[in-house]
Write a protein that binds this ligand. Structure first.
Ligand code: NAP
Length: 199
């Protein structure tokens, strides 16, 4: 399979690439330092990426910035960061990517545990996670040409614990390898419309 991984240089993305590149052709994508440069907040940049890579069998997203901050001080502009980054960014990768996917191909997006297990300062990020989950479930029933779509919802990672421990008090972080395995299940398996919880 020919697979594009957006966010391939990140903590989750690197682990996905390590697994998939053993038996597949993986094209890495991110704003800097990958095979293909893409900024998922820009429609023109997404279109440029798809033109560059040609027809593919799978598009995997392990990227998407979301706003963290107290609800009482959150501004509409703060919230917009989550919508532009993680919500619209991922949806636009799907909308613009459909015609570039081969028959039977797949999209795999990323959500996160906060939509199910809330943390303080997480309302905006939780909102976009829930939006992506709902989009995936709905979009799955309209996908043409046997194209599948799923999302993966990671718990906080052991590898990110130093950065996020103060936000996720009482959580049991999971190894990134388990999260990457859920992405592999989505790409190589037969299911669609799923949100794989790695909690
Ligand atoms: N880490 C966790 O504990 C955890 C838990 C649950 C959910 N998640 C979610 O999983 C996703 C990835 O998390 P991570 O921890 O692996 O992130 P990370 O280590 O910060 O990596 C982010 C990746 O996305 C790329 N990226 C960032 N902005 C981009 C943009 N506008 N366009 C294209 N690529 C972009 C980065 O490369 P460039 O900077 O070069 O673009 C990098 O490759 C995020 O949506 C996060 O919310 C993470």
């Amino acid at each position: 399979m020919k697979i594009v991984v957006v966010g391939a240089t990140g903590t989750i993305g690197k682990a996905i690439v390590t697994k998939l590149e053993q038996e597949h052709t993986v094209i890495t994508a991110s704003r800097k330092g990958a095979d293909v440069a893409v900024d998922m907040t820009s429609i023109a940049s997404i279109q440029g990426m798809y033109e560059q890579v040609g027809k593919i069998d799978a598009l995997v997203v392990a990227a998407g910035a979301a706003y963290f901050g107290p609800l009482t001080t959150m501004t509409p502009e703060d919230n917009e960061q989550s919508i532009e980054g993680k919500l619209k960014g991922q949806m636009n990768l799907v909308l613009l990517g459909l015609e570039h996917l081969n028959d039977g191909g797949s999209f795999t997006l990323v959500t996160g545990i906060m939509m199910d297990d809330p943390i303080k300062q997480g309302a905006s990020a939780a909102m976009v996670n829930g939006g992506i989950r709902a989009f995936v479930k709905s979009a799955a029933i309209e996908m043409p040409r046997a194209i599948r779509i799923n999302s993966v919802s990671p718990n906080v990672l052991q590898e990110s614990w130093d950065k996020y421990a103060d936000f996720f008090v009482g959580f049991n972080p999971v190894p990134v390898e388990r999260v990457a395995q859920a992405f592999v299940k989505s790409v190589l398996g037969g299911q669609t419309g799923q949100n794989y919880e790695v909690y």
